[in-house]
Design a protein around this ligand. Structure first.
Ligand code: S3P
Length: 180
């Protein structure tokens, strides 16, 4: 397995914030699929959804993660919330590194994302129902894709990072044992 930690989870689970801090702590690089797409397309995720549609965005996600699988190492990779939903992406993520699912409750998401206008899938009415039904659909897929699940709701960033690093080191040691 490559020496990367890949963060997956629903919008508002803290992938980017945890990922950025983790990278600093571990002296790894930080990469983010949404930021990479925005940079390459020279526009925002919202504009891509509005002008080209969701399917177009999902294809960009697959291309981005394929590219990362070829060249990224010693990095923390933060992923868009919907990225693991495509089966092919799930496989690539597992090849890319140690996959950590930041699991978050609906109540926490609603608190964190109230008033957010940057996420096209959470605009309009009935946001609570949207989040509820998306979580029901997505959580089993995140769980299936992950090597480690971390419940984030009541934990500090330091607690979340320690849990990830401890398990990552255990896994790296196990991998070394296999090689000898
Ligand atoms: C999405 C999550 C967003 C972004 C896009 C779609 C999703 O990323 O990729 O708005 O389908 O869950 P974050 O999880 O970083 O908010």
């Amino acid at each position: 397995m490559k020496e990367n930690i890949v963060l997956i989870g629903y919008m508002g689970s803290g992938k980017s914030t945890v990922g950025f801090r983790l990278a600093r702590k571990m002296k790894y690089r930080f990469v983010d699929t949404d930021q990479t797409i925005e940079k390459e397309q020279k526009t925002s995720i919202s504009s891509i959804f509005a002008e080209k549609g969701e399917e177009y965005f999902r294809n960009l996600e697959t291309q981005t993660i394929e590219q990362m699988a070829k060249k990224v190492n010693h990095s923390i990779v933060s992923t868009g919330g919907g990225l693991p939903m495509r089966e092919v992406n799930g496989k690539i993520l597992k090849e890319l590194g140690f996959v950590v699912f930041l699991r978050v409750k609906k109540e926490t998401i609603l608190k964190r994302l109230s008033g957010d206008t940057s996420r096209p899938l959470l605009q309009g009415d009935n946001v609570e129902e949207k989040v509820q039904s998306m979580l029901e659909f997505r959580n089993p897929i995140y769980e299936y894709t992950a090597h480690l699940i971390v419940d984030v709701d009541d934990k500090s960033f330091d607690e979340i990072m320690d849990e990830i690093i401890r398990n990552y080191e255990l896994m790296t040691k196990k991998d070394d044992g296999k090689k000898q």
